[in-house]
Design a protein around this ligand. Sequence first.
Ligand code: DX5
Ligand code: ZN
Length: 220
Amino acid sequence: PGAFLVAPSLLSADILNMEKSITLLQGTHDWLHLDIMDGHFVPNLSYGPGLAKALRSSYPSTVIDAHLMVVPPEDFIDAFAAAKPDYLTVHVEATPHLHRVLSRIRDLGCRPGVALNPATPVEWIYPVLPMVDLVLVMSVNPGFGGQSFISETLQKTVDLYRHRVAHNLSFLIQMDGGIGRETIREVVSSGCDVVVMGSSIFGTPDPAETIRELRACVKG
Ligand code: DX5
Ligand code: ZN
């Protein structure tokens, strides 16, 4: 553990000034994280494939990861894959046909990711780990930005890190929810490769300086 990528969550960006919010990052970010919520899998609504497509055309070389909090993901993956995000992540709890969905995502030209809610045992996704490029460990209950970090979820990241080494796999480990100055250090030292942060970045006046400071929290 040590090197990590920063993926700002656009859920906390200024919705009427999305482009300005991204410009304020001044390229200090690594990825852009897009939260798609359907009002069924999670108790909130966000955006559809239109925003994913607009982001791709404005930022052709930025790594975009779309986190689908929708049920059933089968009904939406074709539309989102058409927007060409780099990673397309679905929840293990959202479908009885996870293997089929992940295969389909790869066939559609995206890198498949699988996400786990805080109460879901990490063992549930062991059978599909050889076929994914990303595992998203949720560290809050999905649906809203600005919630408190659930520290019990860190053990899942530790387990995934060990499992990856033991089985010679190469998926990235991502954590999402409640991460900021107080928690980023333990998140990275538990084995997380990609840190998603919404309110702790966009809730500050200078998001670029905030990202630099957050990176320093891990080193210092
Ligand atoms: C939660 C989303 C997160 C959220 C994180 O449902 O998946 O990406 O935006 O926001 P913070 O970092 O504020 O917890
Ligand atoms: Zn997310």
